[in-house]
Design a protein around this ligand. Structure first.
Ligand SMILES: [Zn+2]
Length: 408
């Protein structure tokens, strides 16, 4: 098949396709460039020449064409100048000494940032996973804008990445622009502390969960920052307490009710006003079977009312928010529900940080989205178990999230 076409294919600027043949499911393109005058590259020459010296055929791997792996046979022209200098023609198809086209490499670099796994990228590009992995190690780090200095407000959260032999990593994020800044190999206090010491000179506010190890790292590395307890984390304590009560209480139910109660557990967590008639019926049934469970449930609802109001008023009525929290502590005290008493103990220890969450309106909710991204990669773990690749992949993906085009 001969192609006489003026269609400009990506990466084929100025290239003439002389012949395109299918060979055993592969596309072979035979190409060359138009002969034209070139400046002699020899120093202090600069004459123009279009005298051809010879040709060399360069075999280049290119992107798939019509779903078939494509090989380009580029008949590369060498010119010769009157001064005796021989040189290859200029072209945008392929860099010198390379066996893959520029377009192929560029596409691979982008696919490596957005693709699910090395295997997946390799399949799409018609090459081997080892080739794309090697490419990843060679170039991807050059595309990453490393964070050299942390911003004034940061977030710290744990991150279940399962990389480099550690189940948990630590993510340092920017809660204002909602993006990850760094991923640390584990969640140990020393690791976080050393990192913050090095890069956290300007940090004034830190949003985090109520973990003693993060708190200690922050206190020891930074100069008295404002710590904000992440609201998604402290709310979770309430739900965990309710969960413990349900599990404990349902043990005394009949076999049927125990199983049914477990299956209907969502009716306890859903906000009361949002229950369907059927869900309300089940809730009433189980609360009717245990006074202890009813008390726990009412505490959860009371907490949610307080929480919603606190979020709504934010920094504008902190006094009322604080009073509301104290009122909740009293309710818990009166109820005798020990699971909740433990929660209020924790809340009292972190009260300043909890109040800061409403004073500053900051939270780590968006980190959940970053975590979900990780799960996509983890399912296709080949090559990403290594921490450095894992880190690079996550950070690059977020850096280039909005960019489908070319890398910078
Ligand atoms: Zn010359």
């Amino acid at each position: 098949m001969h192609m006489y076409s003026n269609i400009s294919l990506p990466g084929f600027k100025g290239i003439i396709i002389k012949e395109a043949v299918e060979v055993k499911g592969n596309y072979h393109l035979h190409v060359e460039m138009e002969r034209r005058a070139h400046h002699c590259p020899a120093e202090e020459c600069g004459q123009m020449t279009e005298k051809v010296h010879d040709y060399r055929v360069q075999k280049i791997q290119h992107m798939k064409i019509f779903a078939r792996p494509a090989t380009v046979y580029y008949r590369k022209r060498r010119y010769v100048c009157d001064c005796g200098k021989r040189f290859f023609e200029e072209n945008e198809l392929v860099d010198r000494y390379q066996r893959q086209s520029r377009e192929f490499k560029q596409t691979m670099a982008i696919e490596l940032i957005h693709g699910k796994s090395f295997k997946d990228v390799a399949l799409r590009l018609g090459t081997s996973p080892t080739t794309v992995m090697r490419r990843f190690d060679e170039v991807e780090h050059t595309h990453l804008k490393e964070t050299k200095e942390l911003p004034r407000i940061i977030a710290i959260d744990e991150y279940k990445g399962d990389a480099g032999g550690e189940r948990f990593q630590t993510i340092i994020a920017d809660p204002v622009n909602r993006r990850p800044l760094e991923i640390l190999p584990d969640r140990k206090k020393e690791t976080v502390k050393e990192y913050l010491k090095k890069y956290g000179g300007k940090v004034e506010v830190v949003v985090m969960d109520m973990s003693h190890s993060f708190k200690a790292a922050v206190d020891q590395a930074l100069n008295r920052p404002i710590v904000v307890a992440d609201r998604f984390h402290f709310v979770r304590y309430i739900y965990w307490a309710l969960e413990r009560v349900r599990r404990h209480v349902q043990k005394d139910f009949s076999d049927y009710d125990r199983k049914k109660c477990k299956r209907m557990k969502h009716v306890f967590y859903k906000r009361n006003g949002k229950l369907t008639e059927k869900q309300q019926w089940y809730l009433d049934r189980y609360l009717g079977m245990s006074d202890y469970m009813r008390k726990a449930y009412e505490l959860k609802e009371a907490f949610c009312v307080w929480f919603d109001r606190a979020k709504e008023t934010g920094e504008h009525d902190l006094a009322a928010t604080r009073e509301g929290l104290h009122a909740f502590y009293s309710l818990v005290g009166q109820s005798g529900v020990t699971e909740f008493a433990k929660v209020t103990e924790t809340f009292r220890n972190w009260q300043k940080e909890i109040m800061n969450s409403f004073a500053f309106g900051l939270h780590n909710g968006y980190i959940e989205g970053i975590n979900n991204q990780t799960k996509v990669i983890k399912r296709n773990a080949f090559g990403f178990r290594r921490f450095d690749r894992f880190r690079l992949r996550i950070l690059l993906h977020h850096q280039y999230k909005q960019i489908n085009g070319r890398l910078t």
